[in-house]
Design a protein around this ligand. Structure first.
Ligand code: NAD
Ligand code: WQD
Length: 366
């Protein structure tokens, strides 16, 4: 008998696939919905190779409310939703903002409407540290606590703030309306999880990040420099007010991030708090040069880089204060930056073409 059944939107994507794996490993049943815009169904094969279980899968667009209705109707056992499906490229979001608002905000509205129709009342949402924008604009906000004023600096971040607002308004309205009608109301709950910088791969070397387009995040790019696919890493600015002049981020292993979703889901089920936001980060900040050093160490040689101009929209420091999640969710990161680098390197070496190639033989034979 499953602990519960969770609909995971975006469940073939990077963080969604790791969370699906963690849910299956912890006794949940999982139904994945994804339109495969930025992912591949092969992720489901790898999940099955690792844990021996496979989630149900539907290729449905998150903006397709009727399609979502069909999935909920087919799976009346679904009791909660973890919502990852979104467009997430910061630069692109400034070029095609309407598409970002349509998919991210519109898709979340379709999902909430469909959940309401099928009486599914717990939602865990993928928000982002990017909602804080430049936290150094406010005194004493590094490391960043959840009460840091919101101030996104790009369209993608503004879609996340809007979705947080939509979820909050909807859950609060549902609770009020049910209460007025004299019905139980505390079953409606939402967790807004603000991730810092997710990275790393599965220690088996068969599951990792495999975006369909060109990567723009630091660690996947370092992977490409290590394999020789890229000549060098371009370091975006060394004139920040940090210990070595490069920008500071809080890198969190994707396995730790996945377990944070389980902790949040359990919290919603047990404590029925309404809507709450939690930072999911390690509390430890690393500079770009420190990341190059850490990754070079696992690769076993110095990786070439060149310092260039700052990247538009980048901020000095996004380090989490994860105290609230540590205390309330009883969750904290277990894995180190070194683990993330070693796991990423194993993934990159084993799968130079990502999911577009077979897994190593030992997994197929096992
Ligand atoms: P990802 O692109 O790997 O996963 C997103 C998934 O959503 C993909 O599988 C994609 O195919 C799917 N998708 C996109 N549009 C869809 C649509 N219209 N209908 C159905 N499915 C759709 O990205 P990820 O890194 O795993 O991110 C997951 C979530 O976490 C996103 O909401 C993202 O904004 C958020 N997030 C990511 C990061 C990060 O750095 N990776 C940081 C903070 C927050
Ligand atoms: C990390 C650091 C760069 C590439 C983004 C989104 C954020 C969240 C996570 C979704 C920065 C530097 C990078 C390179 C570099 N995603 N860098 N050379 O920008 O912190 O966050 O992903 O929610 O919303 O904005 O991540 O990995 O792109 O950059 O010097 O080629 O590495 O300047 O300091 P970022 P990143």
């Amino acid at each position: 008998m499953a602990v519960g059944t969770v609909l995971v939107t975006g469940g073939t994507g990077y963080i969604g696939s790791f969370t699906t794996l963690a849910l299956l490993e912890n006794g949940y049943d999982v139904v994945v919905v994804d339109n495969l815009y930025n992912s591949s169904k092969v992720a489901l094969d790898r999940i099955e190779l690792i844990c021996g279980k496979r989630p149900a899968f539907y290729q449905v667009d998150i903006t397709d409310e009727a399609g979502l209705d069909e999935v909920f109707a087919k799976h009346p056992e679904i009791d909660s939703v973890i919502h990852f499906a979104a467009l997430k490229a910061v630069g692109e979001s400034g070029e095609i903002p309407l598409e970002y608002y349509r998919v991210n905000v519109g898709g979340s509205i379709s999902l909430l409407r469909s959940m309401e129709k099928h009486n599914v009342t717990n939602i865990v949402f993928s928000s982002s540290a990017t909602v804080y924008g430049d936290a150094t604009r406010v005194p004493n906000m590094i490391p960043i606590p959840e009460h840091c004023p919101i101030g996104p600096t790009n369209t993608y971040g503004r879609t996340k703030v809007m979705i947080e607002t939509v979820i909050t308004d909807h859950v609060e309205a549902q609770r009020r309306n049910l209460q007025k009608a004299g019905k139980p109301h505390d079953q409606w709950n939402g967790a807004l999880l603000r991730y810092f910088n997710p990275c790393g791969a599965h220690p088996s070397g068969i599951m990792g990040e495999d975006p369909q387009g060109v990567p723009y995040n630091l660690l996947p790019l370092l992977g490409k420099v290590a394999t020789g696919e890229r000549e060098k890493l371009l370091v975006f600015g060394d004139d920040y007010a940090s210990r070595d002049g490069t920008a500071i981020r809080d890198y969190i292993h994707v396995l730790d991030l996945a377990s944070g979703h389980l902790a949040a889901l359990n919290y919603l089920r047990e404590h029925k708090p309404g809507v709450k936001a939690w930072n999911l980060g390690s509390g430890r900040g690393s500079t770009v040069l420190e990341m190059i050093k850490a990754f070079s160490k696992v690769v076993g040689r110095d990786l070439p880089y060149e310092v260039v101009e700052r990247r538009l929209g980048d901020v000095l420091d996004l380090t989490a204060n994860p105290a609230l999640a540590n205390k309330e969710l009883q969750w904290k990161t277990q894995l180190t930056l070194e683990d993330a680098c070693a796991d990423l390197w194993r993934w990159v070496q084993n799968n130079p073409k990502g999911y577009r190639q077979d897994p190593p033989a030992e997994f197929v034979e096992a």
